[in-house]
Write a protein that binds this ligand. Structure first.
Ligand code: MN
Length: 228
């Protein structure tokens, strides 16, 4: 059993989701061969030195799971892209690149968080390029923790306000980008999150049947898991 989740957006002000996630780690996830977390596990991540709630608890529970032999893979999202080697070392999770191909029942399957597929959101893509530069990240991480936490709250508020203005079209994936990326990695199946629009899209790709699984975000009521 291979499990896929994404977009839990764990944060200090949503303890119910943390509760659901810890329950998931202690039950369903323990029975799995591997768990893929496809980004935005955390609503914000300001550095691996941040142990404020719920980060310390989550680290502890992830470590228990990986110690029990379950492989946990982690792809960074647009909210938790600053997760680094220290987090991986302390939890035992394996960090993945932005695009990864795995075999699922003999079919090559592409995994990605999904933000790169939203290529119509030019403002975001510009920020993404800037914020993935080593120099930018070193500059941010060199600031004191309290300042980074304050900045993260400001960023969340700003992102919330911006989202109200952006159209549904801009916030969703671009189908051309989806097809180009799937062709580049020679996959007919894609699994991603990010858009919070869970679905299974079926389409033709070079005369072959292709599938795009979109994972669900989690909320106070719980979360959906894609079970393979
Ligand atoms: Mn996202």
């Amino acid at each position: 059993m291979i499990l896929f989740i994404s977009d839990l957006h764990l944060s200090f002000d949503k303890p119910q989701i943390t509760h659901h996630f810890i329950h998931f780690l202690q039950t369903k996830a323990k029975q799995a061969k591997s768990v893929y977390i496809l980004g935005d596990l955390f609503d914000a991540w300001v550095g691996d030195d941040d142990f404020t709630y719920p980060n310390a608890q989550i680290r502890h529970e992830l470590k228990k799971l990986t110690d029990s032999g379950v492989k946990v893979y982690f792809q960074r999202g647009n909210r938790d892209f600053l997760i680094g080697d220290r987090f991986a070392h302390e939890t035992g999770v394996i960090l993945l690149e932005d695009y990864v191909v795995i075999e699922l029942e003999g079919e090559k399957t592409l995994l990605t968080h999904g933000d790169l597929l939203c290529s119509d959101d030019l403002a975001y893509q510009t920020f993404r390029v800037k914020s993935r530069a080593l120099e930018w990240q070193q500059n941010v991480l060199s600031k004191p923790l309290w300042l980074r936490l304050l900045a993260a709250r400001w960023y969340r508020l700003r992102s919330f306000l911006h989202k109200q203005k952006k159209s549904h079209y801009v916030m969703d994936v671009n189908q051309n980008t989806v097809e180009n990326v799937m062709q580049k990695y020679q996959c007919t199946r894609l699994i991603h999150g990010h858009t919070h629009q869970p679905a299974l899209h079926k389409f033709q790709l070079n005369g072959k049947k292709a599938q795009r699984f979109v994972l669900s975000d989690w909320n106070n009521q719980g979360g959906e898991v894609l079970i393979w």
